[in-house]
Ligand binder design. Structure first.
Ligand code: AMP
Ligand code: MG
Length: 455
């Protein structure tokens, strides 16, 4: 029924309304959507209906972390002329033949070329020109002697203690770029070097992929905001903080919709506010509990659920759907994440993050994985893939060792704050033994750093 908007309120739905048995009700409600997907099937279903967003023009300064949406060509040659790579003297090589520390050659300093000056004066034989880094080589000169190899003398004369080679310390015209060069391709992530390059080309604005807007909704009568009163068994809604931060970490724009009470009208008001976003992320959202009203409200608004339930831990009760009939763009995409804080964060990381990165135009959608040695053995039942929160430490040989951060309960957020990676415990495996090689998704790039550079 979820797959058929025209027929949305047909017999299947009537069927579960007539039963009072919650188990039967659950089974009927789930019958129409795919359930129990593997992690990779879920990725496939999500990314298949996730579009790459359009382009927008930003100031180069404001484009950090965005993905380039245009090819960038150079409209200039850099450096525009032969120029000096050192502070020193521009000279004619032939004038310094045989110069050495014991037998220096003296030349007269005829003029000075500061950085930013024009090279409009010609250097004659037996002359030196004082020159600074980045300044153009004057006509007539064919090499640069760095200041450290000279001694200034009386009356504007200078002694050269070395015999230079031709074009020593000279940066060639166009060594960096030639006018017309294609210098950056669409799809390139704009990091510090790219922003500097754009600036050096005189580009103060640049076309980039839009950043997705992500509407974040929390749901539950038990929830209070962090500055609210948590007495009487209420629970602080921390998920909106975690999820908004996970959006910002990748440059997506979170929009907080607040806490919806377990009431269809209140949920509808909150969800409607998210309909113009690219993506709606609801936590404690689409489950099958008696108090779950999110799913019927989504359905009423025209959302078609693609699947419910992924064979993973933490995070089985993940729901995913979308709006509209364009099979390659079902925005707003809707992710109903489980409510438990670790499950919400891990399912965001595994499924929402790659979808947002695809929207932003990134080519690499998933976190990097490494191989590490397992610190102590792990066991589980076959059937679900486990993402085990692990620390990554280096042993004496410098090899990375993965060890569990403690309780893997989905409510224990401290075991996520302590984690530097998520160990992939494959669905079909039941035990991993200490010392064996395991695959770990890296959450914290600092594991690759050290206290000193090590060289
Ligand atoms: P539910 O998915 O509604 O069954 O919730 C599972 C657990 O997650 C319950 O203990 C909820 O109180 C908790 N939970 C739900 N939403 C949030 C939230 N926004 N922040 C923190 N915990 C939550
Ligand atoms: Mg709830």
């Amino acid at each position: 029924m979820w797959g058929c908007p025209k027929n949305r309120h047909s017999s299947g739905l009537a069927g579960w309304r007539q039963t009072s048995d919650p188990g039967a009700l659950t089974a009927l409600r789930l019958a129409a959507v795919r359930t129990g997907l593997s992690v990779s099937e879920a990725h496939h279903a999500i990314l298949g209906v996730t579009p790459v967003l359009g382009a927008e023009t930003l100031t180069t300064r404001g484009a950090q972390g965005r993905v380039l949406a245009e090819p960038v060509f150079s409209d200039r040659t850099l450096p525009p002329a032969d120029c000096s790579a050192m502070d020193g003297y521009a000279v004619r090589c032939a004038d310094l033949a045989g110069a050495s520390a014991s037998s220096p050659v003296w030349l007269r300093v005829a003029f000075e070329v500061p950085a930013g000056a024009q090279a409009d004066r010609t250097l004659e034989s037996q002359q030196a020109a004082r020159i600074f880094t980045g300044a153009p080589i004057p006509p007539g000169a064919d090499t640069v002697v760095k200041q450290e190899d000279t001694d200034a003398g009386e009356g504007g004369r200078v002694a050269f203690r070395v015999e230079p080679g031709s074009r020593d310390h000279v940066r060639d015209t166009g060594e960096d770029l030639r006018s017309g060069d294609r210098v950056l391709e669409p799809g390139r992530v704009l990091g510090s070097a790219e922003l500097g390059l754009l600036a050096s080309l005189g580009r103060s604005v640049v076309a980039v992929r839009q950043a997705p807007r992500v509407a974040i909704l929390s749901g539950g009568d038990e929830l209070v905001e962090p500055d609210g009163d948590p007495s009487g068994g209420r629970i602080v809604s921390s998920n909106s903080y975690t999820l908004a931060a996970q959006c910002r970490e990748i440059g997506a724009e979170p929009i907080y919709l607040g806490i919806a009470r377990d009431d269809p009208d209140d949920i509808e008001v909150h969800l409607r506010a998210g309909m113009r976003a690219d993506c709606i992320v609801s936590s404690a959202g689409v489950s099958v509990g008696d108090h779950d009203h999110v799913r019927p409200v989504l359905e009423k608004l025209g959302c078609r659920l693609e699947f419910w339930g992924v064979e993973m831990k933490p995070g089985y009760p993940l729901a995913f759907g979308g709006f509209g009939d364009d099979p390659s763009d079902r925005r707003p995409l809707v992710f109903g994440l489980p409510g438990n804080p670790v499950s919400a964060s891990v399912t965001f990381d595994q499924f929402v993050r790659p979808a947002l990165r695809k929207m932003m135009g990134h080519k690499t959608l998933f976190r990097p994985t490494i191989r590490a040695r397992l610190g102590e053995g792990l066991e589980k039942k076959a059937g679900r893939l486990h993402f085990v929160r692990v620390r990554l430490d280096r042993d004496e040989a410098g090899e990375l060792v993965a060890s569990s951060t403690g309780s893997q309960s989905s409510g224990v957020l401290t075991s996520l704050t302590a984690a530097q990676g998520l160990l992939i415990f494959p669905a079909d495996e039941t035990s991993l033994v200490a010392g064996q090689s395991v695959i770990v998704q890296v959450l914290d790039n600092d594991v690759f750093g050290g206290h000193s550079a090590g060289f």
